[in-house]
Design a protein around this ligand. Structure first.
Ligand code: CO
Length: 427
């Protein structure tokens, strides 16, 4: 198969990532995409009105989103995709401001997920997240984004640590506090964020606020073959899954796309992949369609899940870190991930089904396995199947510097993934 380069989907992808500094913003932006495609919002706390032929989405906690489209006739099962909305970053502590000798104000932060600490130093950062306050009808939540180069985590000068280039063990408490200005900066960030949410800072009762990288996504490389940007893991897959879901009409199967929060911290929250969220939605929709308990189990037995989370590309400076035969390369198509101990849920059956989808979509695929002496990471597939047990394949797009504040991926691959998802959902 010949490689095809396509840049069509890069600008919408870039806009999505640039405007999604946190999982809350990512979910809100995906909702906007679904609203424009005629989906209806369902609230978990009220009874659902579900019809054959309908398109719906459910948001839990403002940060996890499950969207689904029901065919005109009773679905045989579920064609599902999953990705995650969160990325490793720094969370502001509750009382975050620290004044240094009446001279500087800095923010006390803690790690959210396993990031490469050094990549957060010396670059423009800002603050975004959600604020909770008491509104007319109870607690209300508002998204906020300072949208300004507001903070920086400064490195030490090399003159103060001559061993800087021999590898530094950054201390997440003492080395990663973010400078937000001189003494005058005290109280400013909460005041500005509260103002943006239409309230006063003293009205804020709760806050989930994060530092984010202000660098934007770009096309890179002399041949324009690369994309660079923050949060490529896993907003690339989240974008591709939801876009394909919105663009395809279901025929035999109910199409589902789940974007979960908290993958980077183990998925064990009420809205994570290890929660009952997906199970709750599938059971509830089936009940509403009049499917009995056994019928639901028949549907699950005839279902499939594509767990999509980015994969490690062959590193140009460290090819020795890659497996001998399963070393994906950027722009060479969809990566199918394998793991002997099943931390990736792929097996021969699900791999065959995924390859069949890729072949029908006319897109390239390649394989990833860890070196046998490297532990590797985990992802959504094996966690989600603990709640909803269906045939599952783990896939992703090849990228470099996973969990850096600024990652690199292939410019052509996002089009491959969208095409594969569309073929999957069309069937
Ligand atoms: Co990921």
């Amino acid at each position: 198969m010949k490689k095809r380069m396509s840049y069509d989907h890069l600008q919408p992808l870039f806009a999505f990532i640039d405007n999604s500094p946190t999982a809350y913003h990512a979910a809100a932006n995906l909702e906007k995409m679904l609203d424009e495609a005629g989906f209806s919002r369902l609230d978990e706390s009220v009874r659902w009105d579900i019809r054959l032929g309908g398109k719906y989405y459910v948001n839990r906690n403002g940060s996890s989103l499950i969207a689904f489209t029901i065919p005109e006739k009773m679905p045989r099962g579920f064609h599902m995709a999953a990705a995650h909305s969160d990325s490793p970053c720094f969370k502001l502590k509750e009382a975050a401001e620290i004044v240094v000798d009446d001279l500087y104000v800095k923010l006390n932060v803690e790690k959210y997920g396993g990031m490469i600490l050094s990549t957060w130093l010396d670059r423009p950062l800002s603050i975004a997240g959600r604020l909770v306050f008491r509104g007319r009808e109870g607690m209300e939540s508002r998204l906020v984004n300072l949208d300004k180069d507001a903070a920086v985590i400064p490195n030490m000068a090399i003159h103060m640590n001559r061993d800087m280039n021999k590898g530094v063990a950054y201390n997440p408490q003492t080395d990663m506090e973010a400078l937000i200005g001189g003494a005058e900066a005290k109280g400013v960030y909460l005041r500005k964020l509260a103002e943006q949410a239409g309230m006063a800072d003293y009205e804020i009762l709760g806050a989930d606020l994060f530092l984010y990288n202000r660098e934007r996504c770009r096309i890179a490389g002399l041949d324009d073959s690369l994309i660079t940007g923050p949060r490529l893991d896993d907003l690339e897959c989240a974008f591709a899954g939801m876009k394909a879901l919105a663009e395809e009409e279901p025929k035999e199967y109910m199409n589902v796309c789940a974007v979960f929060d908290n993958e980077e911290v183990g998925s064990g929250t009420k809205q994570g992949a290890d929660s009952t969220f997906l199970k709750d939605v599938l059971e509830r929709v089936s009940q509403k369609l009049g499917v009995d308990a056994e019928g639901y189990r028949c549907m699950l037995a005839d279902s499939f899940l594509i767990s999509a989370d980015n994969a490690h590309a062959l590193h140009p400076n460290h090819p020795e870190k890659a497996d001998a035969g399963n070393r994906p390369v950027m722009n060479n198509g969809i990566v199918i991930k394998y793991h002997g101990s099943q931390r990736y849920a792929t097996d021969a059956v699900s791999a065959a089904m995924m390859k069949d989808i890729c072949l029908r979509a006319g897109v390239l695929y390649q394989s990833y396995a860890n070196r046998s002496d490297i532990a590797g990471g985990s992802t959504l597939g094996n966690i989600s199947t603990a709640q909803v047990s269906v045939k599952t394949v783990d896939i992703g797009l090849a990228q470099l510097a996973m969990h850096s504040a600024y990652e690199t991926a292939g410019a052509a691959d996002i089009a491959y993934l969208i095409q594969a998802f569309r073929t999957y959902y069309r069937d």
